[in-house]
Design a binder for this molecule. Structure first.
Ligand SMILES: Nc1ncnc2c1ncn2[C@@H]1O[C@H](COP(=O)(O)OP(=O)(O)OP(=O)(O)O)[C@@H](O)[C@H]1O
Length: 475
């Protein structure tokens, strides 16, 4: 796969106010609905590098662009940048071949440029930014040198686990002296203990949710003076959330310095991405030479996903779900239901997640499948325990709200059921993306939507926006 850089309009210079760059500068990148890069075919693409003060968009599509260079291994890409013991850990874990987003982003990130990693769900963005982090931090320094901000505790727990897995000593090499330390600073967690830890000996890497992080920064429990890398994962979610956006902006412009850190944003969905890149520069969230690495621009979702729809009446939905589960017999599946509305809570109704779990335990549970629940109202320990149980067993049915839709990586998941339709196409993309998470596997995974007839047009809108088609099932 070659790296293709779009030849930039020479009239854009470092003095051009970036706000004035309209999406028309990148006409071939526009999908009017989703804002994704769209149809790179037959357009003029050049391998010329843009001057470093101009934001760069790297866009590729695995099936349409010809691969002319021999694929490098992850080790080759990282050599000279990432410490040897981390490379050894990569080999031990079995990460040998780079995914497209790793192959395309790492050379830019290692050269010191800020990056926007925009690639399908399950494409390996986490490893890409962690490798950048390990290339820059030092075990000798007792200070927080890398910060990864995530929207949910579940994603925080997961990223912490991957970072710790990479930071562990390779087998046969018991480390002498200092080690990288990774702290999960997550809302609802043990903040008192973390406060003492941060004061006594700051960890090298902090993975945090916004609430806890701001609390610690405002109380000056630790500072970000030594910060080398700042990652905002699921960046579109963070910028879209009225609770988080103010704090994220403060973090980017007030609590840490753009000039002394490398900034990485990651997500599988960045609607209006050209506008976002321009904002990054104008608002000084990133440096001017930020690289927008957009992989699989014309397919927002993994091609291994097969989408289906069943239309039924509201009263039939539980029975339809049961029939589907019995027919599909998934080893590991996630059933998404919407969060209970305030109105329904006030009326004293049981949340639909609880009713679903009760129904499944009564009618499906004794098929041998473990049924787990993950929703906002559960406390930190129950949420962590549910996730850990799912990881260990690998053969569970998970009933969840959208807190499990972003970033959660349960690679054995082959089936997604939307018991309730998600609120937007972006939410659909992230829910669907909890399946099909083995980067080099061709295994077909199935996303099934159970809808009442009046909802069919909503699903059709998602199909248009995300460029997919549902097979209609009649049961
Ligand atoms: N080079 C690699 N080789 C094999 N597996 C990999 C590689 N890189 C990542 N993976 C695996 O791919 C899966 C998905 O990776 P990851 O969670 O980073 O995806 P993501 O792009 O962040 O997805 P999302 O947008 O849903 O958060 C993980 O199970 C990870 O271990």
């Amino acid at each position: 796969m070659g790296i293709f850089c779009i030849n930039h309009n020479p009239s854009i210079t470092s003095t051009t106010p970036m706000k004035t760059i309209s999406p028309n500068f990148f006409p071939h990148l526009q999908n009017p609905n989703f804002g994704s890069s769209f149809n790179c075919r037959n357009r003029h693409l050049s391998t010329t590098s843009a001057p470093s003060h101009i934001p760069l968009c790297v866009s590729s599509h695995a099936t349409t662009l010809k691969i002319t260079e021999p694929a490098s291994t992850l080790q080759e890409i990282c050599k000279g940048h990432v410490p040897e013991h981390i490379l050894q850990r990569l080999r031990e874990i079995g990460f040998v071949e780079p995914t497209d987003v790793q192959k395309e982003s790492l050379p830019y990130l290692f050269s010191g440029r800020d990056g926007i990693l925009h690639a399908q769900t399950g494409s390996g963005k986490t490893l890409a930014y962690l490798l950048l982090i390990f290339s820059l931090i030092s075990v000798q320094k007792s200070a927080v040198q890398a910060l990864i901000v995530v929207p949910t505790r579940e994603l925080g727990i997961q990223v912490t686990k991957v970072a710790r897995m990479l930071a562990a000593s390779p087998s046969g090499l018991e480390s002498e002296g200092r080690k990288y330390t990774v702290m999960a600073l997550l809302d609802g967690g043990m903040l008192k203990r973390h406060k003492s830890w941060l004061k006594a000996e700051p960890p090298t890497i902090v993975v945090a949710t916004m609430g806890s992080l701001c609390l610690m920064l405002e109380k000056k429990v630790f500072s970000l003076e030594a910060l080398r890398v700042l990652v905002v994962d699921e960046v579109d979610f963070m910028f879209n959330s009225s609770n988080q956006i103010h704090s994220v902006k403060k973090l980017l412009t007030l609590y840490s310095k753009i000039s002394s850190r490398q900034t990485v944003f990651a997500s599988a969905s960045i609607p209006q991405h050209n506008r976002f890149v321009a904002d990054c520069i104008q608002q000084k969230w990133t440096k001017r030479d930020v690289v927008h690495v957009h992989v699989n621009a014309i397919d927002p979702m993994p091609s291994c996903l097969h989408h289906r729809v069943v239309i039924c009446s509201k009263n039939e939905r539980l029975q339809v779900l049961l029939t589907l589960l019995r027919k599909d017999g998934p080893k590991c599946a996630i059933i998404f239901a919407n969060e209970q509305s305030e109105k329904s809570k006030k009326a004293g109704n049981a949340p639909s997640t609880t009713s679903l779990v009760d129904f499944l335990i009564a009618s499906y549970g004794n098929d041998g499948s473990e049924i787990q629940l993950l929703e906002e109202d559960m406390n930190f320990n129950s949420r962590a325990a549910a996730l850990s149980e799912l990881r260990q067993r690998g053969d569970c049915l998970l009933v969840a709200t959208d807190i499990a839709a972003r970033g959660v990586d349960l690679p054995e998941t082959t089936h997604i059921y939307n018991f309730d339709l998600p609120g937007s196409a972006v939410d659909y993309l992230h829910r669907a993306g909890r399946a099909g998470r083995k980067p080099f596997s061709k295994e077909r995974c199935i996303v099934t939507n159970i809808v009442v007839s009046v909802e069919r047009f909503v699903l059709q809108r998602f199909e248009n926006e995300l460029v997919f088609q549902c097979e209609e099932l009649s049961l």
